[in-house]
Design a protein around this ligand. Sequence first.
Ligand SMILES: Nc1nc2c(c(=O)[nH]1)N[C@H]1C(S)=C(S)[C@@H](COP(=O)(O)O)O[C@H]1N2
Ligand SMILES: [Mo]
Length: 336
Amino acid sequence: MELKFRRNPDYQTLSDEVTSEKMFMDRRHILSAAGFLGAGSILGALPACSEPQQTPAAPATASGHPAPGAKLTAKKAAYAVTDAATVEEAFAGYCNYYEFGTSKDDPPRYASLMKTSPWQVTVEGETDAPGAYALKDLIDYKKLEERIYRHRCVEAWSMVIPWIGVPMKDVIAKLKPKATAKYVQFVTYLNPKEMIGVNRPVLQWPYTEGLRLDEAMNELPLFAVGAYGKSLEKQNGAPLRTVIPWKYGFKATKAVVKIRFTTTEPSTAWNKANANEYGFYSNVNPNVSHPRWSQASERVIGGKGGFNERRNTEMYNGYEKQVGALYAGMDLKKNY
Ligand SMILES: Nc1nc2c(c(=O)[nH]1)N[C@H]1C(S)=C(S)[C@@H](COP(=O)(O)O)O[C@H]1N2
Ligand SMILES: [Mo]
């Protein structure tokens, strides 16, 4: 999405996606030459700071939720795209998280500075259960599910991620939205001391997103706390992020600290930055181009084909059966 800033002189120093991808591939090359990647490895990438991966037996944090990287137990849910999952190193190393910078490898490099414990989520607005919730009071860690969803960024790349989380609808039911609540907004963590990217006005911080309440209550959205069998790493949104698989990735807020129920459409970070390019709905739709590029196909990141693999983008990212009815009768060119 950083490409949008190319035309704006204020942002000309920001790297664009192509640059960061080149750096990313160079690094892969170097790692491979140095013997970090085994022969025949299909690793997509490693973050600059990456140590050889071990699965740490990380203790629970003081506030009782698992620390990043801790092993999680989850039951496999029926939701699973059949393509091979993205190699974990690509998920961990090729990230969008502008609070830590606009290059794909900034979040893996800088997110370690962020504190994810203790963690509270404030619930407010049109609800009968407002308050500050500890993460373990919001998420039932005994009921975690693993769901393998396709993750499609508006920049026309995709991954396949084995998320671990709980259905968003179960959490929202616990939070008792009033009948007047028609939307839900997610507000994310903001701490300029820990987040090197927020000193630049790339977006209006904090990063916010939102859904219509009936979208949020659909069976697919998750509050995710993990991926790849482990508690989320910081660069991927620890300790709590949303996952909405039929929408472009920017709808999936990392590091959620506030859930607000509203009567009117909440403001969202990318829509505020450029309403022509990023609508409130942002459903994956191969037939509606981004004003500056086609959305008809996507690059597959971290798959067997390296960076050359492409696939055709599917309507609602392949989830039309589950979500098509939410948009019956709507003009999807206007409600992009
Ligand atoms: N707080 C916050 N959440 C965010 C973003 C961000 O910049 N800040 N980027 C979004 C975008 S554009 C995408 S594609 C996904 C990327 O998630 P991943 O890096 O874990 O693959 O996170 C989304 N959530
Ligand atoms: Mo994205």
